[in-house]
Write a protein that binds this ligand. Sequence first.
Ligand SMILES: [Zn+2]
Length: 450
Amino acid sequence: MSKSYSSLKSILSEILPLHRTLASDDMDKTLQIIGSYMPDSADYTIETYAPGSQVWTWRVPEKYVVHEAYLETESARGAGRSERVVDFKNNPLHIISYSLPVDLILSWDELKPHLRYSERCPSAIPWEFKFYERDWGFCLPKNQFDQLPQDEKYHAVIRSEFISDPQQGFKVASAVVHPEGGANPDAGEFIVMSHTCHPMQANDNTSGVVTEIDLARRLAGRPLPASSMSVRFWFGPETIGTVAYLANHEDQIPNLRGGMFLDSVGNQNTLALQRTRQNNHLLDRVASYVMQKQFGEFRQGEFAQVAPNDERVINGPGVNVPCISLSRFPYPEYHTTDDNLDIIHEGLLVEAVDVAEEIIRIYASNYIPKRTFRGPVFLSGNGLWVDWRDNWALNRAIEKIMMSFEGQHTIFDIAEQVNLDYWMVRDYVEKFRAKGFVTLMPIPSEAQAA
Ligand SMILES: [Zn+2]
């Protein structure tokens, strides 16, 4: 039974403190927590990939274990004092993620190149990582860095371990929510993504994770109309997670009709639409329509220009599934410990879910109606006449709608042409379909096969 929740922020605070790096025990725990909230019907599945294995041009990283990590002055150590300059157990951001193991006595000049701080947020610990060209280092607030004695010797200890056991490998998770009546294989899937990495950070991107959970629950609770696309929900570490997943599921790629990445959606800033790489794709037009309806004027940017994320994979070379993203990027607390619960607003998380949900409901339920009739349809004889006294605008649009069933236009295109609400036009077209006057042609796949 999937767990209930009182707010999105409550799930966020459960995941937030975990040491969520590319692969770690806490990442495994994070994926389990996500699964506990996902709808039961969605068949949430966690997959493990063997460290060191080749995925396209990338390599799957090892699991990272930190037994202990701290920095202390030699004088404190000599005097048997336990105070430490920084300690991993107080905050996982205190070390550069994937730091190599060290146990060294260093002068200030030797230590300094291994210390990282943020000029932008001087009282916060910055998040730094060296996943592939490995090194080691500690992260601390600039204010603390400025106070450190330079005539001291320092003891740097990082007891870390890289585990390449395939059983304990690198993990991602996904689940699928089907439309009313079950999957329609011809319609394919829409994929929603967010990443689970970024230890101790709330907005980037635990906010995306919790909005994605809520979206899945909404689409399971009130399924998309029959014959719509299924919606796949994906969770995992940034970039390498998506690369590893797609490389292991190349057969799924032709099925994907579109995607959405959710990133940093809880902070106080306007929601921005990042367009697909195609830039003026049907998905961009659907998203713009929803954003416009919700906000009037809205913020938008080109592909990978607002908040570059895994759309660079899903909409990238050799895949090229049109993928938008929604985010409230930029924000000043980015990649520091100031990115915490204080900057997250429940109302803004919910607003992001509302917008994402409507984009998906329209895009995934859209199809190309293809006529089976000849001549104008005998409307009043088939219950298809719309009385102008009941709906003047739809009455005026009937002829245009009926002339658009040549297999060239989707319902969304038709609604755009007649400048009417998508759902009103869809309901009307569905009446033609119920009479057998149009058949449903799904939106074709545009994914690259190699
Ligand atoms: Zn980030």
